[in-house]
Write a protein that binds this ligand. Structure first.
Ligand SMILES: Nc1ncnc2c1ncn2[C@@H]1O[C@H](COP(=O)(O)OP(=O)(O)OP(=O)(O)O)[C@@H](O)[C@H]1O
Ligand SMILES: [Mg+2]
Ligand SMILES: [Zn+2]
Length: 444
């Protein structure tokens, strides 16, 4: 048998094999079972989550000679031909390469012929958002009154780019991003079938790196298994992909927060000389700092993060320090233009030395709060508390700056004196709706 990459070899053949897309699968499978298939669907969702896969299973189940409960049999001539890609009534069009009106005209003409072999003609239009406007308009006519026994499935990763006129003619089916546990389930099944041994951590890392795409996860798994000679171990995966684990990135953040500059510099130089992709590392660093900030700012972090254990150690880190760090890391990214990555990042790391000043300043400010607010007024006034919790906090020239949105500001406008009392050293601003820059008004 010819060689097939994992991502293709393990494409689900039945609805029941599709992982993690319960809603889309239920919609489509029930439609087939009850004979209520729409004439046009729009499958929307991020890359590699099963849109084309489900569209093909739909084509199979509509044309299967022995379907059962909405599932295709997977064995009859029609099922096998769909799987091989040779079924004449399944037409797949990649809109990325067939964007023009002529291509759509060709579809419109072909649509008028009855199915050649099966009961239904199924058109799958991949990357449907890439069609030109004219092509879309030409397609509209067909979507409006498709001949009987024709089903269109438009697939897109960019839902926003589909014209409303098209949207209103399609039944929308939304595919969610694959989460880590869905990916793990899928990867474990492949490992079982391929006789690959693995460590849990290695698979989890692959899942984490796949960025919500099942397809990417299968490709990474395949690379890792080739690299490890049929075994998948954490160190191999890390080495192969030149990445660090989340906990290593977290440890690095801890180094920065404790102003251990020379250690942090040594660490990043070491990565550089070992050939790690520093930009990717920095990107992850930025993402994790943002996660920590979010972790500290929301009421129920459990509902935002799959695993909050990584962030617990930052519970008592002052938010100011993290915001300052975020600025540094972001600067590092911007400084990258025209420099090599190592020197851009070195500079950011050196600046992290100042964090301890930021922190002590924030302590001073906190002390100011409790002194002037006589038993914490912040607690007493829910409006002020709300507004403060939503305000953007930044540091400018050693001063804490709170920037409110207009609505929050309106709610507490008449309590300026109270606010001043709570944060005597701070500056307050409001952003009026329109654009941020034009309407930034300094209040006092
Ligand atoms: N939900 C899923 N369950 C199991 N495997 C999946 C799933 N989604 C994707 N895959 C795997 O990823 C591969 C690609 O999936 P598919 O082509 O359906 O993605 P897609 O959503 O159409 O992506 P794209 O937007 O990039 O076209 C499949 O061959 C299969 O191996
Ligand atoms: Mg696809
Ligand atoms: Zn069949």
């Amino acid at each position: 048998m010819s060689y097939k990459p994992f991502a293709r070899k393990y494409r689900p053949r039945f609805f029941k094999e599709v992982v993690g897309q319960e809603v889309p699968v239920r919609i489509i499978k029930n439609a087939v079972k009850d004979g209520k298939v729409a004439q046009a669907y729009l499958f929307a969702g991020s890359r590699g989550v099963g849109k084309t896969t489900v569209a093909r299973i739909l084509a199979k189940s509509l044309n299967c000679l022995n379907p059962s409960e909405g599932e295709p049999c997977g064995e009859c001539e029609n099922c096998l031909e769909v799987e091989r890609g040779s079924f004449p009534d399944l037409i797949e069009i990649d809109a990325a390469s067939n964007r023009g009106i002529d291509d759509v005209r060709a579809i419109r003409e072909a649509v008028n012929y009855r199915p050649l072999k099966g009961r239904y003609k199924v058109y799958i239009v991949d990357e449907a958002h890439m069609l030109t406007k004219e092509a879309f308009n030409a397609l509209l006519k067909t979507l409006e009154e498709p001949p009987p026994n024709t089903v269109f499935v438009l697939c897109t990763t960019e839902y926003d780019k589909i014209l409303p006129t098209i949207l209103s003619r399609c039944q929308r089916v939304i595919f969610k991003r694959a989460n880590n546990s869905d990916i793990l389930q899928y990867l474990k099944r492949i490992c079982e079938l391929e006789g690959i041994t693995y460590s849990e951590e290695a698979l989890s890392l692959i899942a984490e790196l796949s960025d919500g795409s099942m397809r990417d996860s299968a490709s990474l798994l395949e690379q890792a298994s080739v690299y490890g000679g049929g075994r998948i171990e954490l160190d191999d995966v890390k080495e192969l992909l030149g990445i660090l684990t989340k906990s290593e990135v977290i440890s690095f953040i801890e180094l920065l927060l404790s102003s251990k500059v020379s250690k942090a510099l040594g660490y990043i130089e070491d990565l550089y000389y070992r050939g790690y992709n520093l930009e990717r590392f920095w990107e992850t660093l930025h993402k994790e700092i943002n996660n920590i900030i979010l972790f500290k700012s929301v009421d129920e972090p459990e509902s935002v993060f799959e695993d909050i254990s990584y962030y617990e150690s930052f519970k008592s880190t002052p938010l100011e320090a993290l915001l300052y760090l975020e600025e540094l890391v972001n600067r590092g990214k911007l400084d990258l233009r025209g420099r090599d990555s190592l020197s851009a990042y070195r500079l950011a790391i050196v600046k992290s030395f100042l964090i301890k000043d930021v922190v002590s300043l924030s302590k001073v400010l906190e002390a100011g709060v409790s002194l002037s607010s006589e038993g914490s007024r912040e607690q007493e006034d829910p409006f002020i508390k709300e507004a403060l919790s939503r305000a953007k906090r930044t540091m400018e020239n050693g001063k804490t700056v709170f920037t409110f949105n207009e609505e929050d500001w309106r709610a507490i406008e008449d309590r300026i004196e109270e606010l001043k009392g709570m944060y005597p050293e701070a500056e307050f601003r409001v952003i009026k709706k329109k654009s941020e820059d034009e309407n930034m008004t300094k209040l006092f």
